[in-house]
Ligand binder design. Structure first.
Ligand code: NDP
Length: 265
């Protein structure tokens, strides 16, 4: 059998941990696979590049998740519902699309007990798929965003929404930063006076950004709250993608055993 090739497509993509995560799992499980990164400038060319490189599967990151959705021949029902694909697998010449970010996030917050209400700071693509899966799992999700435009699609799906100007704070069990605020700067995802009203009532605060303590998580710690960054979300979305890449031949825990080593290096 020839080596199977996988990659992550994005722009930028040089920072991605995915090649390390997947190659550790391939090596550990004795699979003849290789996972690399590919900087895709033009998302319209995703399908053409996929086949030109002879790939078996890819992950897709910013800004190509909607292009990935368009490129698929078949969509998993959840990916279809949320309109975003971050994992593609080729089977008999057809591209099958999945979303593993949202189930990865759902699993990452499962450790917090007695959580019912959740406040999302941010309304981008990650927030959208994640809000849908949380709602399906029984959480009450409120979306707070700095501008109104991206809230429309949430309103259409009956989520409670607000901008900073219209927000009336309530008690939320989890407050979650779903924005990129703090990723490459030291900004908070919402005005501090607003965060100071909601964080004290939360059981914990979560950030989807990983690999650094963001100003949001620093503020949560200042309020004495447990915190969690986006590392488990990244790990779990990767494990679920790997399950699709290898046609569910390995259990979640078998894959996790090797893939998690990417986070101690
Ligand atoms: P999008 O570009 O789709 O959305 C960005 C959102 O953040 C918008 O709601 C935007 O508000 C808001 N925003 C951006 N900057 C600020 C700021 N300075 N202050 C307040 N709001 C801000 O991003 P994604 O949804 O794709 O990604 C969001 C985050 O999720 C990123 O940090 C990404 O790294 C992370 N992520 C983590 C993953 C993991 O595995 N841990 C997986 C996927 C994503 P507006 O509408 O007003 O512009």
């Amino acid at each position: 059998m020839t080596k199977e090739l996988f990659a992550i497509f994005g722009n930028p993509v040089s920072h991605s941990k995915s090649p390390l995560m997947h190659n550790l799992a391939f090596k550990g499980l004795g699979i003849d696979g290789c996972y690399s990164r590919y900087k895709l400038n033009n998302g319209e060319r995703l399908k053409e590049v996929f086949f030109a490189l002879g790939l078996k599967g890819i992950n897709i990151t910013v800004p190509h998740k909607e292009h990935a959705y368009q490129a698929c021949d078949e969509l998993d029902p959840f990916a279809q519902k949320v309109g975003a694909v971050n994992t593609i697998v080729e089977k008999r010449g057809k591209l099958y699309g999945y979303n593993t970010d949202a189930p990865g996030f759902l699993k990452a917050i499962a450790e917090f007990e007695d959580v019912k209400s959740v406040l999302f700071l941010g309304a981008g693509g990650t927030a959208q798929s994640t809000a849908v899966i949380l709602k399906e799992a029984g959480y009450e999700v409120t979306i707070l965003n700095r501008s109104a435009g991206r809230l429309e699609k949430f309103k259409a799906e009956d989520f409670k929404t607000a901008t900073f100007d219209t927000f009336v704070p309530q008690n939320y069990d989890l407050v979650i930063n779903m924005t990129s605020a703090g990723l490459e700067d030291e900004s908070l995802p919402a005005p501090q006076e607003l965060l100071d009203m909601v964080i004290p009532h939360a059981k914990a605060c979560v950030d989807v950004i990983y690999g650094k303590e963001t100003p949001f998580l620093k503020l949560a710690k200042h309020h004495g709250k447990p915190t969690k960054d986006g590392s488990d979300m990244l790990l779990y979305q990767g494990i679920i993608a790997f399950e699709y890449f290898t046609d569910h031949q390995y259990t979640f825990n078998e894959i996790r055993h090797y893939m998690k080593k990417a986070f101690i290096l």
